[in-house]
Design a protein around this ligand. Sequence first.
Ligand SMILES: [Zn+2]
Length: 121
Amino acid sequence: MRIRVQEVFDAATALPGHDRCAGLHGHTYTVEAVVAGRASGGVLEDFREVRRRLREVVAPLDHTDLSLKFPYPSCEVLALDICARLKAAQPGLERVRLWEGEGKWVELEAGEVAAAAAGPR
Ligand SMILES: [Zn+2]
């Protein structure tokens, strides 16, 4: 069984050397986190708890300039960072999907993340 929670944040970003995204610009990011497990007593895990943990992971990125935190803040790099930090806090984390605006996302499974992945600067 799986549950999913979602948070939204806004940030500035720039991708050095990229033909379109090299200049400073902004995105609204939507993060989805999926937790897998068994429901015990009718509940897998309280949605509020999972959202609280996801909010704590996203807070250091919200309304910041991501290009000051990561050398190359692509959606892939951000998804990896979010997944790594959430994995450390959230038991049963299965996957994280990070939407950049609408119509495009990066998804990774918690198992793809090395435990020692670096966080933001
Ligand atoms: Zn962009």
